[in-house]
Design a protein around this ligand. Sequence first.
Ligand SMILES: [Zn+2]
Ligand SMILES: [Zn+2]
Length: 336
Amino acid sequence: MTDTSRLLGLSRRHVLAGLAATPTFAALPAIAQTAGTRWTPQQAQAALKGAKGTKLVLLGTAAGPVPGRSRQMTSHVMLSNGSAYVLDCGMGVTDQYARTGIPFGALKSIFITHHHPDHNIEYGPLLIVGWVQGLPLDIRAFGPPPLKQMTDDFMRAYKQTVDFWAEDFHMKPLTTVGVQEISGAGPVMQDDNVKVSSIVVEHPPVKPALAYRFDFKDRSIAFSGDTAPLEAVAVMAKGADVLVHETMYVPALEKYLKDAIAKGRPVKFDAFMAHMKADHTPSEDVGRIAQEAGVKTLVLSHLTPAIDSIADDTWREPVAKYFKGEIIVGKDLMVV
Ligand SMILES: [Zn+2]
Ligand SMILES: [Zn+2]
Protein backbone atom coordinates (compact mmCIF):
# COMPACT_ATOMS: atom_id res chain seq x y z
CA MET A 1 0.00 0.00 0.00
CA THR A 2 2.80 2.35 -0.89
CA ASP A 3 0.60 4.71 -2.88
CA THR A 4 -1.91 5.04 -0.09
CA SER A 5 0.77 5.62 2.39
CA ARG A 6 2.41 8.39 0.45
CA LEU A 7 -0.97 9.92 0.27
CA LEU A 8 -1.71 9.52 3.94
CA GLY A 9 1.67 10.99 4.72
CA LEU A 10 0.09 14.33 3.98
CA SER A 11 -2.10 13.93 7.01
CA ARG A 12 -1.85 16.58 9.66
CA ARG A 13 -0.42 15.48 12.94
CA HIS A 14 -1.20 16.55 16.40
CA VAL A 15 1.44 16.90 19.02
CA LEU A 16 0.27 14.94 22.01
CA ALA A 17 1.31 17.56 24.49
CA GLY A 18 -0.63 16.10 27.36
CA LEU A 19 0.49 12.52 26.92
CA ALA A 20 4.05 12.83 28.23
CA ALA A 21 2.67 14.30 31.43
CA THR A 22 0.42 11.29 32.10
CA PRO A 23 1.89 10.04 35.35
CA THR A 24 1.12 6.36 35.85
CA PHE A 25 -0.78 3.48 34.39
CA ALA A 26 -2.77 3.15 37.58
CA ALA A 27 -4.17 6.66 37.19
CA LEU A 28 -5.68 5.88 33.79
CA PRO A 29 -9.21 4.79 33.00
CA ALA A 30 -9.90 1.42 31.36
CA ILE A 31 -7.85 0.91 28.21
CA ALA A 32 -10.75 1.27 25.83
CA GLN A 33 -11.22 4.85 26.98
CA THR A 34 -7.58 5.96 26.94
CA ALA A 35 -7.20 9.10 24.84
CA GLY A 36 -4.48 9.77 22.27
CA THR A 37 -2.65 7.45 19.91
CA ARG A 38 -0.13 5.87 22.23
CA TRP A 39 0.77 4.79 25.71
CA THR A 40 3.98 5.91 27.36
CA PRO A 41 6.72 3.35 27.97
CA GLN A 42 6.03 3.74 31.70
CA GLN A 43 2.38 2.79 31.19
CA ALA A 44 3.31 -0.25 29.12
CA GLN A 45 5.97 -1.38 31.57
CA ALA A 46 3.64 -0.95 34.53
CA ALA A 47 0.93 -2.98 32.78
CA LEU A 48 3.38 -5.77 31.94
CA LYS A 49 4.90 -5.81 35.41
CA GLY A 50 1.60 -6.39 37.12
CA ALA A 51 0.37 -8.81 34.50
CA LYS A 52 -0.63 -12.39 35.04
CA GLY A 53 -0.61 -14.65 32.01
CA THR A 54 0.03 -13.92 28.35
CA LYS A 55 0.06 -10.31 27.24
CA LEU A 56 -0.01 -8.64 23.84
CA VAL A 57 1.67 -5.27 23.30
CA LEU A 58 0.69 -3.29 20.22
CA LEU A 59 4.03 -1.79 19.20
CA GLY A 60 2.77 -0.02 16.08
CA THR A 61 -0.82 0.50 14.96
CA ALA A 62 -0.57 2.52 11.73
CA ALA A 63 -1.15 1.24 8.21
CA GLY A 64 1.37 2.02 5.51
CA PRO A 65 5.08 2.86 5.32
CA VAL A 66 4.85 6.55 6.27
CA PRO A 67 7.51 7.93 8.61
CA GLY A 68 6.92 10.76 11.05
CA ARG A 69 3.44 9.92 12.31
CA SER A 70 2.57 9.62 15.99
CA ARG A 71 1.60 5.99 15.40
CA GLN A 72 4.39 3.64 14.30
CA MET A 73 4.14 1.11 11.49
CA THR A 74 2.74 -2.32 12.27
CA SER A 75 4.39 -4.56 14.84
CA HIS A 76 3.40 -6.48 17.98
CA VAL A 77 5.02 -8.46 20.74
CA MET A 78 3.42 -11.20 22.78
CA LEU A 79 4.91 -12.06 26.17
CA SER A 80 4.10 -15.43 27.67
CA ASN A 81 5.83 -17.13 30.55
CA GLY A 82 8.94 -14.96 30.08
CA SER A 83 9.23 -15.65 26.33
CA ALA A 84 8.58 -13.02 23.68
CA TYR A 85 7.21 -13.43 20.15
CA VAL A 86 7.24 -10.57 17.65
CA LEU A 87 4.68 -10.36 14.86
CA ASP A 88 5.62 -8.03 12.00
CA CYS A 89 8.52 -5.61 11.87
CA GLY A 90 7.39 -2.25 10.55
CA MET A 91 9.70 0.70 11.12
CA GLY A 92 9.96 1.39 14.84
CA VAL A 93 9.75 -2.22 16.04
CA THR A 94 13.18 -2.23 17.74
CA ASP A 95 12.69 1.02 19.67
CA GLN A 96 9.13 0.10 20.61
CA TYR A 97 10.19 -3.35 21.77
CA ALA A 98 12.87 -1.75 23.96
CA ARG A 99 10.31 0.66 25.41
CA THR A 100 8.23 -2.25 26.73
CA GLY A 101 11.14 -3.20 28.98
CA ILE A 102 10.99 -6.81 27.73
CA PRO A 103 14.63 -8.01 27.52
CA PHE A 104 15.92 -8.79 24.03
CA GLY A 105 17.14 -12.07 25.48
CA ALA A 106 13.50 -13.11 25.86
CA LEU A 107 12.78 -12.90 22.12
CA LYS A 108 12.31 -16.42 20.78
CA SER A 109 10.70 -16.01 17.37
CA ILE A 110 9.75 -13.42 14.78
CA PHE A 111 6.76 -13.82 12.47
CA ILE A 112 6.12 -11.83 9.29
CA THR A 113 2.63 -11.67 7.76
CA HIS A 114 3.66 -10.43 4.31
CA HIS A 115 6.33 -8.56 2.43
CA HIS A 116 5.09 -5.01 2.43
CA PRO A 117 7.54 -2.54 3.98
CA ASP A 118 5.17 -1.46 6.75
CA HIS A 119 5.41 -5.08 7.97
CA ASN A 120 9.01 -6.10 7.27
CA ILE A 121 11.31 -3.09 6.80
CA GLU A 122 12.88 -3.30 10.26
CA TYR A 123 13.22 -7.08 10.39
CA GLY A 124 16.98 -6.97 9.69
CA PRO A 125 17.75 -4.06 12.04
CA LEU A 126 15.79 -5.80 14.83
CA LEU A 127 18.08 -8.81 14.40
CA ILE A 128 21.34 -6.82 14.46
CA VAL A 129 20.49 -4.29 17.18
CA GLY A 130 18.69 -7.01 19.10
CA TRP A 131 21.82 -9.20 18.91
CA VAL A 132 23.93 -6.39 20.41
CA GLN A 133 21.33 -6.22 23.18
CA GLY A 134 21.35 -9.93 23.94
CA LEU A 135 19.07 -11.62 21.41
CA PRO A 136 19.44 -15.41 21.62
CA LEU A 137 21.61 -16.73 18.79
CA ASP A 138 19.03 -19.44 18.12
CA ILE A 139 16.32 -16.88 17.31
CA ARG A 140 13.93 -18.16 14.65
CA ALA A 141 11.94 -16.40 11.97
CA PHE A 142 8.78 -17.42 10.12
CA GLY A 143 7.14 -15.84 7.11
CA PRO A 144 6.38 -16.06 3.42
CA PRO A 145 9.13 -16.69 0.86
CA PRO A 146 11.64 -15.24 0.12
CA LEU A 147 12.24 -14.69 3.85
CA LYS A 148 15.19 -17.07 3.85
CA GLN A 149 16.94 -15.29 1.02
CA MET A 150 16.13 -11.88 2.51
CA THR A 151 17.62 -12.98 5.84
CA ASP A 152 20.75 -14.43 4.26
CA ASP A 153 21.25 -11.34 2.10
CA PHE A 154 20.81 -9.02 5.04
CA MET A 155 23.17 -10.97 7.28
CA ARG A 156 25.73 -11.01 4.46
CA ALA A 157 25.39 -7.23 4.01
CA TYR A 158 26.00 -6.66 7.72
CA LYS A 159 28.62 -9.36 8.30
CA GLN A 160 31.47 -6.84 8.63
CA THR A 161 29.44 -4.73 11.03
CA VAL A 162 28.58 -7.73 13.17
CA ASP A 163 32.20 -8.93 13.12
CA PHE A 164 33.53 -5.53 14.27
CA TRP A 165 31.13 -5.53 17.18
CA ALA A 166 31.83 -9.15 18.03
CA GLU A 167 35.56 -8.37 18.16
CA ASP A 168 35.13 -5.14 20.15
CA PHE A 169 32.94 -6.68 22.78
CA HIS A 170 34.02 -10.32 22.64
CA MET A 171 30.57 -11.41 21.64
CA LYS A 172 29.68 -14.47 19.66
CA PRO A 173 28.57 -13.10 16.27
CA LEU A 174 25.07 -13.60 14.93
CA THR A 175 25.86 -15.37 11.68
CA THR A 176 22.63 -17.02 10.62
CA VAL A 177 19.00 -17.07 11.61
CA GLY A 178 16.87 -20.19 11.43
CA VAL A 179 14.17 -19.30 8.94
CA GLN A 180 11.10 -21.32 8.15
CA GLU A 181 9.20 -20.12 5.11
CA ILE A 182 5.41 -20.34 5.31
CA SER A 183 3.45 -20.53 2.09
CA GLY A 184 0.06 -21.79 3.10
CA ALA A 185 -2.47 -22.68 5.74
CA GLY A 186 -1.62 -25.00 8.60
CA PRO A 187 0.64 -25.40 11.63
CA VAL A 188 3.63 -23.03 11.72
CA MET A 189 5.47 -23.93 14.90
CA GLN A 190 5.03 -25.13 18.44
CA ASP A 191 7.12 -24.72 21.59
CA ASP A 192 6.56 -24.95 25.34
CA ASN A 193 4.38 -21.83 25.38
CA VAL A 194 2.50 -21.60 22.13
CA LYS A 195 1.11 -23.32 19.09
CA VAL A 196 1.08 -21.10 15.99
CA SER A 197 -0.91 -21.61 12.81
CA SER A 198 -1.48 -19.60 9.64
CA ILE A 199 -3.96 -19.08 6.84
CA VAL A 200 -3.58 -17.35 3.50
CA VAL A 201 -5.46 -14.08 3.19
CA GLU A 202 -6.43 -11.84 0.27
CA HIS A 203 -4.08 -8.92 -0.26
CA PRO A 204 -3.34 -8.63 -3.97
CA PRO A 205 -0.82 -8.60 -5.51
CA VAL A 206 1.00 -9.96 -2.45
CA LYS A 207 1.15 -13.75 -2.53
CA PRO A 208 1.08 -15.25 -0.07
CA ALA A 209 -0.10 -12.83 2.59
CA LEU A 210 -0.75 -14.57 5.91
CA ALA A 211 -2.91 -14.30 8.99
CA TYR A 212 -1.72 -16.03 12.17
CA ARG A 213 -3.27 -17.53 15.26
CA PHE A 214 -1.29 -17.97 18.47
CA ASP A 215 -2.72 -20.48 20.95
CA PHE A 216 -0.98 -19.96 24.26
CA LYS A 217 -1.86 -22.13 27.24
CA ASP A 218 -4.01 -19.40 28.81
CA ARG A 219 -5.01 -17.25 25.87
CA SER A 220 -5.49 -17.30 22.10
CA ILE A 221 -4.65 -14.30 19.92
CA ALA A 222 -5.43 -14.09 16.20
CA PHE A 223 -4.12 -11.53 13.70
CA SER A 224 -5.81 -10.79 10.38
CA GLY A 225 -2.69 -9.38 8.75
CA ASP A 226 -3.55 -7.20 5.74
CA THR A 227 -6.56 -8.52 3.91
CA ALA A 228 -9.80 -7.77 2.14
CA PRO A 229 -12.83 -8.97 4.17
CA LEU A 230 -12.41 -12.71 4.40
CA GLU A 231 -14.58 -15.47 5.81
CA ALA A 232 -11.46 -17.53 6.43
CA VAL A 233 -10.28 -15.00 9.02
CA ALA A 234 -13.47 -15.55 11.03
CA VAL A 235 -12.97 -19.31 10.80
CA MET A 236 -9.33 -19.03 11.88
CA ALA A 237 -10.20 -16.72 14.79
CA LYS A 238 -13.15 -18.83 15.95
CA GLY A 239 -13.49 -18.57 19.72
CA ALA A 240 -10.21 -16.70 20.17
CA ASP A 241 -9.79 -14.44 23.19
CA VAL A 242 -8.40 -11.63 21.07
CA LEU A 243 -8.63 -10.80 17.37
CA VAL A 244 -6.37 -8.03 16.09
CA HIS A 245 -7.90 -6.95 12.80
CA GLU A 246 -6.77 -4.39 10.27
CA THR A 247 -9.35 -1.60 10.01
CA MET A 248 -10.09 0.85 7.23
CA TYR A 249 -12.45 3.69 8.08
CA VAL A 250 -13.75 4.51 4.63
CA PRO A 251 -15.35 7.97 5.20
CA ALA A 252 -12.09 9.39 6.62
CA LEU A 253 -10.05 7.73 3.91
CA GLU A 254 -12.30 9.20 1.20
CA LYS A 255 -12.04 12.65 2.75
CA TYR A 256 -8.26 12.46 2.86
CA LEU A 257 -8.11 11.21 -0.67
CA LYS A 258 -10.31 14.05 -1.90
CA ASP A 259 -8.23 16.61 0.00
CA ALA A 260 -5.05 15.16 -1.45
CA ILE A 261 -6.43 15.18 -5.00
CA ALA A 262 -7.54 18.79 -4.50
CA LYS A 263 -3.96 19.60 -3.53
CA GLY A 264 -2.70 18.09 -6.77
CA ARG A 265 -2.00 14.42 -5.97
CA PRO A 266 -1.96 12.54 -9.28
CA VAL A 267 -4.40 9.88 -8.06
CA LYS A 268 -7.75 8.83 -9.51
CA PHE A 269 -10.34 8.65 -6.74
CA ASP A 270 -12.37 5.68 -8.02
CA ALA A 271 -9.37 3.60 -9.01
CA PHE A 272 -7.65 4.28 -5.72
CA MET A 273 -10.68 3.38 -3.59
CA ALA A 274 -11.23 0.24 -5.69
CA HIS A 275 -7.63 -0.78 -4.95
CA MET A 276 -8.09 -0.11 -1.22
CA LYS A 277 -11.32 -2.12 -1.09
CA ALA A 278 -9.68 -5.03 -2.90
CA ASP A 279 -6.86 -5.09 -0.35
CA HIS A 280 -8.24 -3.95 3.01
CA THR A 281 -11.22 -4.41 5.33
CA PRO A 282 -13.75 -1.64 6.01
CA SER A 283 -14.78 -1.11 9.65
CA GLU A 284 -18.26 -2.67 9.25
CA ASP A 285 -16.77 -5.88 7.84
CA VAL A 286 -14.27 -6.01 10.70
CA GLY A 287 -17.27 -6.02 13.06
CA ARG A 288 -19.05 -8.74 11.07
CA ILE A 289 -15.98 -10.97 10.99
CA ALA A 290 -15.31 -10.57 14.72
CA GLN A 291 -18.97 -11.31 15.53
CA GLU A 292 -18.95 -14.41 13.34
CA ALA A 293 -15.71 -15.55 14.96
CA GLY A 294 -17.24 -15.03 18.41
CA VAL A 295 -14.06 -13.53 19.85
CA LYS A 296 -14.13 -11.89 23.28
CA THR A 297 -12.03 -8.85 22.39
CA LEU A 298 -11.52 -7.15 19.05
CA VAL A 299 -8.51 -4.87 18.64
CA LEU A 300 -8.73 -2.39 15.77
CA SER A 301 -5.24 -1.86 14.39
CA HIS A 302 -3.30 -1.24 11.17
CA LEU A 303 -5.52 1.82 11.11
CA THR A 304 -6.32 3.37 7.74
CA PRO A 305 -6.08 6.32 7.59
CA ALA A 306 -3.62 6.51 10.50
CA ILE A 307 -4.33 10.08 11.44
CA ASP A 308 -4.69 11.46 14.93
CA SER A 309 -7.85 13.46 14.41
CA ILE A 310 -10.18 10.44 14.31
CA ALA A 311 -11.74 9.94 17.76
CA ASP A 312 -11.84 6.48 19.33
CA ASP A 313 -15.63 6.53 19.25
CA THR A 314 -15.52 7.24 15.52
CA TRP A 315 -13.34 4.18 14.96
CA ARG A 316 -15.55 2.09 17.21
CA GLU A 317 -19.02 3.09 16.03
CA PRO A 318 -19.29 1.32 12.63
CA VAL A 319 -17.68 -1.79 14.12
CA ALA A 320 -20.02 -1.86 17.12
CA LYS A 321 -23.05 -2.08 14.82
CA TYR A 322 -22.04 -5.67 14.12
CA PHE A 323 -19.75 -6.79 16.95
CA LYS A 324 -21.12 -7.10 20.45
CA GLY A 325 -17.94 -7.98 22.36
CA GLU A 326 -15.24 -5.67 23.68
CA ILE A 327 -13.77 -3.30 21.08
CA ILE A 328 -10.36 -1.75 21.69
CA VAL A 329 -9.00 0.98 19.44
CA GLY A 330 -5.34 0.11 19.11
CA LYS A 331 -2.70 2.51 20.42
CA ASP A 332 1.05 2.17 20.26
CA LEU A 333 2.52 0.47 23.34
CA MET A 334 -0.95 -0.48 24.59
CA VAL A 335 -0.91 -3.70 26.57
CA VAL A 336 -3.90 -5.96 25.93
ZN1 LIG B 1 0.09 -2.94 5.81
ZN1 LIG C 1 0.12 -4.89 3.08
